[in-house]
Design a protein around this ligand. Structure first.
Ligand code: PNS
Length: 164
C-alpha cells in the first residue's frame, strides 16, 4: 500500500488544494492531509477549525476518493510526520514558476533529511492557479466574497464576524 502525505498550513484550504487532493488520491492508496501546527504563525482559523473544514470538504468528494483520504494535524518536521504515518511520498502542488524555487529547496532539504521520502509535484489546475490562502485571508479580512475560492465549509467560517 502506498501512502502519501500532503502537508500544508491550509489556513484555509482552497479549491486549488482540493484539486491537488482529488488528483493525488488517484495516485496513492492512502493520502494523509497533514495540517501543520506552526506556533510561529498566528493563523486565521485555529487548527481545530481547519480540520473541521477539511473534514466537511472531504465529505463533498466522491466516495471512492473519500475512502483514501485522512486528515491529521502535526507539529515539527514534515519528514518526521511522514515517517510516523508510513508515507513514502510528500505531495505538493505547483501553481506557477514562482512556486518552483522554494518548493525545489524544500524537496531537496526533505530528501537530505529522509532519503526514503520522495516529493511528488502536481500542477494545480489552471483555473485555480491564481489562488492562495494568503489572498483568501486578505479578501476575507476586508469582507470580500471568497465563496468561489474555498469550499463552502471554509466560506461560511470566513464570512462569520472576525473574532476579537
Ligand atoms: O501550505 P504551506 O504553508 O506552503 O506549507 C509549508 C509546509 C507546511 C509544507 C512547510 O512549511 C513545512 O514542511 N513545515 C514543517 C517544518 C519542516 O519540515 N521544515 C523543513 C522543510 S524543508
Amino acid at each position: 500500500m502506498t501512502t502519501a502525505l500532503y502537508p500544508g498550513s491550509f489556513d484555509p484550504i482552497t479549491l486549488g488544494h482540493l484539486d491537488v487532493i482529488g488528483r493525488a488520491a488517484g495516485l496513492f492508496d492512502r493520502l494523509v492531509v497533514g495540517v501543520l501546527v506552526n506556533p510561529r504563525k498566528a493563523p486565521l482559523l485555529s487548527v481545530e477549525e481547519r480540520m473541521t473544514v477539511i473534514g466537511e470538504a472531504f465529505a463533498e468528494m466522491p466516495l471512492d476518493v473519500q475512502q483514501r483520504l485522512e486528515a491529521a494535524s502535526f507539529d515539527g518536521l514534515t519528514v518526521d510526520f511522514a515517517r510516523r504515518i508510513g508515507a513514502g511520498f510528500i505531495v505538493r502542488g505547483l501553481r506557477a514558476v514562482s512556486d518552483f524555487e522554494s518548493e525545489l529547496q524544500m524537496a531537496h532539504t526533505n530528501r537530505k533529511l529522509a532519503r526514503e521520502v520522495d516529493t511528488v509535484f502536481l500542477m494545480t489546475a489552471l483555473e485555480h492557479a491564481y489562488l492562495s490562502s494568503t489572498l483568501v485571508r486578505e479578501i476575507a479580512a476586508f469582507g470580500g466574497d471568497v465563496s468561489r475560492m474555498v469550499p463552502p465549509a471554509a466560506a461560511r467560517r470566513l464570512a462569520a464576524p472576525v473574532k476579537e
